[in-house]
Write a protein of this length. Structure first.
Length: 455
């Protein structure tokens, strides 16, 4: 079937004209208001306001009329483009709600931060905008300042009290800066008390992020404020990552800072074996004198370690150890679930995912645990991760590891039922649109365009 191209304004107009509770005049006014805001036409906004007799009615239209596809109202549009005068008109004269959400929970402040409109961000904060509000992916205005490498915006947000360690699907601002090797931002965030060893959604610590980005300067800055590297929460140690990367300079700095070469991640090899597996002889030579001998090695020499690590015997032993550890982790997770200790179960499944990263089962298990705890952001994150690992794997009806797909479908189905029962309720309508978007985003990842058309 041939489809027509419809822009967001037309979609919004179609939706409101199809809603029996909305008058045509209201939908027309709403469309004109958003168009004027998006194009920076303040005189037209004043004219529209004068034509609407009731100020409360005009404010209600500004607050509630939004794009069907995104949920962005007039203030979102004006903030995105950076129309300062229009934002001031809407906030001071019309008195619109300043912390309105789109369907993905972007606020006008977040839209302004995405557009790097520093003066507008400052104005919104002064007028009461929530500075640390995160969207559906966890990104706050500070995350976008870091992602845009806008130091002026970053400084403003931190001075005004933005939560510096806010988590997101890409990590904290410090994790993002470390991953990008941006040493100036790392130093700035550390100087304002960013936690140097924090990681949750992205479990790799800022130090590990710096090592993986090959930024010695970022690593050095982090070492100066956090030298206890035996306290990493989960996953491989920073020393293991440095050994894998094969940069002797990184390795020596970590050892000088007190990193323990004899503390491997559960079920994994020691850093010296990581170096040998990556064929980094220089790193093996550095680690040999400070690593306790491993009993199953025939000789504790550089040549023997380099040779033995690649042997079939060593590979078999590593797989056996990994299998044993996975079994123990699953048992521990199930015990934790029996006692409804979901956070510990999540930790165990995360460790399993680190040991067995290509298996979508672990993300699927975590997704359901997060759903039990009503952590919707985390549940969605793991559901998306499950689909990313194996796009055709999720099936709500068959096989193990299908929990994530079933959960997405459940959200969509329940939201759809709520909407049909009370389609005049804005809250249920918004929930339905969000679930609708997520479900078809998932369906798109699973199926080819031809298969989607068959639905």
């Amino acid at each position: 079937m041939k489809t027509q191209s419809i822009n967001k304004m037309e979609v919004s107009h179609i939706f409101y004209n199809s809603n029996p509770m909305a008058m045509d005049s209201t939908s027309e006014i709403g469309a004109l208001i958003i168009e004027a805001a998006a194009t920076g036409d303040l005189p037209t906004l004043w004219k529209i306001k004068k034509k609407v007799d009731d100020d409360q009615q005009f404010r209600r239209i500004c607050d509630e009329y939004s794009d069907f596809s995104t949920g962005r109202n007039v203030l979102h549009h004006a903030a995105e483009v950076g129309h300062f005068d229009i934002c001031r008109f809407l906030i001071k004269i019309v008195k619109v709600y300043i912390n309105a959400w789109t369907y993905k929970r972007d606020t006008p402040l977040i839209e302004a931060a995405k557009g790097e409109h520093v003066k507008l961000v400052e104005y919104l904060i002064k007028q009461g905008a929530s500075i640390s509000s995160g969207n559906s992916k966890g990104y706050t205005a500070l995350h976008y300042a870091v992602l845009k490498d806008n130091r002026e915006l970053m400084k403003l947000l931190v001075i005004k009290g933005a939560r510096i360690d806010a988590d997101s699907m890409e990590g904290t601002p410090l994790q993002i800066a470390s991953s990008r090797g941006n040493v100036e931002i790392v130093k700035f965030l550390l100087s304002h008390d960013a936690m140097p060893n924090l990681g949750y959604l992205v479990w790799e610590s800022p130090l590990v992020c710096a090592i993986k980005s090959h930024s010695f300067e970022c690593m050095d800055a982090l070492l100066k404020v956090h030298r206890n590297h035996a306290s990493y929460f989960i996953g491989f140690s920073p020393l293991s990552y440095a050994a894998k990367e094969g940069n002797a300079r990184f390795l020596k700095s970590l050892l000088d800072a007190g990193a323990d070469p004899n503390s491997p991640f559960t079920g994994h090899v020691k850093p010296i074996e990581d170096a040998a597996l990556a064929h980094n002889r220089e790193c093996v030579e550095i680690l040999l004198p400070v690593t306790e001998p491993i009993e199953h090695y025939p000789e504790w020499t550089v040549d023997c370690i380099m040779e033995y690590c690649d042997s079939e015997l060593a590979k078999t032993k590593r797989e056996d150890v990994k299998s044993q550890c996975l079994t123990k982790l699953i048992e521990a997770a199930e015990t934790a679930m029996d006692h409804k200790n979901y956070p510990y179960a999540v930790v165990h499944f995360t460790e399993a995912k680190i040991l067995d990263p290509s298996n979508p089962k672990w993300a699927s298990k975590r997704s359901v645990l997060h759903a039990h705890a009503d952590r919707r952001l985390l549940a969605l994150y793991d559901a998306e991760e499950c689909v990313r690992l194996e796009p055709r794997f999720p099936d709500p009806h068959h096989g193990e590891g299908t929990d994530a797909a079933a959960q997405i479908f459940k959200y969509f189905f329940n939201a759809g039922l709520d909407f049909m029962v009370d389609f005049h309720n804005k809250k249920t309508a918004d929930a339905f649109r969000i679930a609708f978007f997520d479900y078809f985003a998932w369906l798109y990842m699973m199926c080819s365009p031809e298969e989607i058309c068959e639905f």
